[in-house]
Design a protein around this ligand. Structure first.
Ligand code: FRU
Length: 325
């Protein structure tokens, strides 16, 4: 640990290489850039439970002050995350959860509410009757289980609206595409398809398009800005709608720092969600471009401060040498 380091925050990410999680990490790094005395250790588990367990175990040997974790699947990751908590190292759980509830704070949207919101939107669009196909995420990940629960609970109130096909796409576009291809007849027999994230929705879209003309509405979750992501695909009309799922990177770091500095913080930090469709996607895209520009501006200023500081430090040492001689 370097002398100037006040705290070490470790972040164990379940998967690193998708756009949504890259955005989360960017947000975290930006927020951390305001705290030069906080060190950050990042581990990407590449969607592998065993690797994530091993990485967390290794992090425990690195004298960390707090762990932020997004567990790949709930059950397999629960014992190791619990053991961190039980060692009195604060735990901030983000996006996906473990199954024990042993954490200091959760940061993320309410995935049951997201499933319910999707159900409400589908009910509105289908006048309460029709057939829904769903493409779920990874079986044991809390976000998938909770989205499905929220949807199914809501549908019990709408007797003529039913789930008639259920496929599992493991959160991945390619897996969803292959699953959709394999069960294309069952999938085409629906009025609407809800994929539990936009990337899988795009995989479904591709498979349906390849199988002939159709007017099936495809809905996703995330509504992430940027090229080839959900928000843009809604403006293009490839996706019908998406439930906004904020990454919460900034909030996770703020919560972590509040815990470390012994300031007040909330245990449940529930980020808002809303339906994005072609009516509001354009406005959302404009706003997010604006924010992106402002953030790039902040990045530039931060970089300048760092450079100025380095110049100042080196001048100070030169000065000291001159004075000393
Ligand atoms: C990204 C992702 C998102 C999804 C979330 C669920 O890895 O698959 O698309 O909303 O994880 O945990």
């Amino acid at each position: 640990r370097q002398e100037k380091t006040k705290f070490v925050i470790a972040f164990s990410q379940c998967v690193g290489d998708d756009a949504w999680r890259k955005t989360m990490l960017d947000e975290m790094k930006r927020e951390l850039s305001f705290y030069p005395d906080i060190a950050f250790i990042y581990r990407d588990a590449e969607g592998d439970n065993e690797l994530q367990k091993r990485q967390i175990r290794e992090l425990l040997n690195e004298d960390i002050d707090l762990l932020i974790v997004s567990p790949n699947e709930a059950e397999p990751l629960t014992p190791i995350v619990d053991s961190v908590f039980q060692k009195n190292i604060p735990v901030v759980v983000t996006d996906r959860k473990t199954s024990s509830g042993l954490y200091n704070a959760y940061v993320g949207a309410d995935n049951i509410a997201i499933g319910r919101l999707a159900g409400q939107y589908i009910a509105q669009e289908t006048q309460n009757r029709g057939r829904i196909g769903i493409m779920t995420g990874l079986k044991g990940s809390s976000a998938s289980m909770e989205r499905e629960k929220g949807l199914r609970d809501f549908l019990t109130q709408v007797p003529l609206l039913n789930i008639s096909a259920r496929l599992q796409g493991d959160w991945e576009k390619q897996t969803a595409y292959l699953q959709a291809k394999q069960h294309i007849d069952a999938l085409r027999d629906n009025d609407i398809i809800l994929a539990f994230n936009d990337q899988m929705a795009l995989g479904v879209r591709q498979a349906l398009d390849e199988s002939g003309p159709h007017d099936i509405k495809i809905i996703g979750v995330d509504a992430l800005p940027g090229p080839d992501n959900g928000l843009e695909e809604i403006t293009k009309g490839t996706l019908f709608a998406s439930m906004l799922y904020p990454t919460g990177g900034t909030e996770a770091i703020r919560t972590a720092i509040a815990i470390l500095e012994k300031k007040p913080y909330k245990r449940e930090n529930i980020l808002g969600t809303l339906v994005i469709n072609k009516e509001n996607a354009g406005l959302m895209a404009l706003q997010s471009n604006k924010i992106q520009e402002q953030q790039e501006d902040i990045d530039k200023r931060q970089q300048l401060i760092i450079e100025q500081n380095e110049i100042y430090q080196s001048q100070k040492t030169t000065l000291n040498i001159v004075v000393a001689s």
